[in-house]
Design a protein around this ligand. Structure first.
Ligand code: DOR
Ligand code: ZN
Length: 334
């Protein structure tokens, strides 16, 4: 059996910088393009920084057919700054992090009300807002607690396109029904694992990410929505590489590296559920419709021939361990 995908997109991807970028960019380029996260050190906050980063991404891609849709790290900006961002080639939208909520987010928003004027201008200019939606509460409740913020934003800025990034709960899926201006991304790992896979037995650092994987009923709600072809849920891998020594250490960095296996693993999941016809919408169609994207043509054929996931990816002095390292996936890219 085969599944042919046209211009698959990853709507949430971390590529990092320097030698790590050189390692991860080619490994992430099965897709036609991806929305590139700005949480570098220091974060990508200005159009100049974004253009320079996009050039480093292009150089690391080494000619691969792949469009980076660049984001800026959200800060309160005035109209002139927003116009400058919007007019910068390659700019896609802003990523808002609550201050200190995850990797390199210390410069994020401490008080959302300070962002009102900027959000109002973004709404008028048609600039999307991508949000890491977690509170500072108990780790299992952080996303659910943040839903009140999404509700408030979606109500007060009804024309602003707000993407709830990497949702992990049944409650977040339900919230989509309440507000047409909300959409969401879902990662690969959150369609597969629960907290049990992370911490139910021996601790699995390579499955530790933020938001943390939740309960079986949450995972099943995500799967049900995605396999059912929910029109406002998009694939966003949140593939988030960290050096091996930062994962297998006392103080494990959050992030699961999935980019090189994402499409085969998605094919396996969708085919096993008899929902292969829903994959195109999830990995491209929904995003194109929601954001008005016209990605370059790129055809990816997936086949039900197994692939072995490498035990590690190594180059440029970097070592990264992927999800499912050393395991087999029933599908592969032809
Ligand atoms: O697990 C995560 N890793 N969650 C995030 O929000 C950030 C990401 C990273 O940059 O490593
Ligand atoms: Zn992320």
């Amino acid at each position: 059996m085969e599944i042919t995908l046209e211009s698959p997109l990853d709507m949430h991807l971390h590529l990092r910088d320097g030698d790590m970028l050189k390692l991860t960019a080619p490994l992430s380029a099965d897709f036609a393009g991806a929305v590139i996260m700005p949480n570098l050190v220091p974060p990508v906050t200005t159009p100049q920084m974004m253009v320079a980063y996009a050039e480093r991404v292009q150089a690391a891609l080494g000619g691969a057919a792949f469009t980076p849709y660049m984001t800026l790290f959200f800060t309160a900006l005035d109209e002139a700054a927003l116009l400058a961002a919007k007019g910068t080639p390659g700019f896609f939208g802003f990523k808002l992090y609550p201050a200190g909520i995850t990797t390199n987010s210390e410069g994020g928003v401490a008080n959302l009300r300070d962002a009102d004027r900027t959000l109002h201008l973004m709404e008028e200019m048609g600039i999307p807002l991508l949000v890491h939606g977690e509170s500072h509460g108990f780790v299992m409740d952080r996303e659910q607690e943040f839903l009140a913020v999404y509700r408030d934003l979606a109500t007060r800025f009804p024309k602003l396109t707000i993407s709830m990034e990497h949702i992990t709960t049944a409650a977040a899926v339900r919230l989509l029904d309440e507000f047409p201006n909300l959409c969401a991304t879902v990662t690969l790992q959150h369609l597969i694992i629960t907290l049990d896979d992370v911490a139910g037995g021996m601790l699995q650092p390579h499955l530790f990410c933020k938001p943390i994987a939740k309960r079986p009923e949450d995972r099943d709600a995500l799967l049900g929505a995605v396999l059912g072809g929910h029109p406002r849920i998009m694939f966003g891998s949140d593939s988030a590489p960290h050096p091996r020594h930062r994962k297998e250490s006392c103080g494990c960095a959050a992030g699961v590296f999935t980019a090189p296996l994402a499409l085969p693993k998605l094919a396996e999941i969708f085919a096993a559920a008899g929902a292969a016809d829903k994959l195109q919408g999830f990995v491209s169609g929904n995003a194109c419709r929601i954001y008005g994207l016209h990605p370059a043509a790129k055809t990816v054929v997936l086949q039900d021939t197994p692939m072995a996931v490498p035990a590690a990816y190594r180059s440029y002095g970097q070592t990264v361990i992927p999800m499912d390292a050393g395991k087999q996936i029933a599908w592969s890219i032809k």
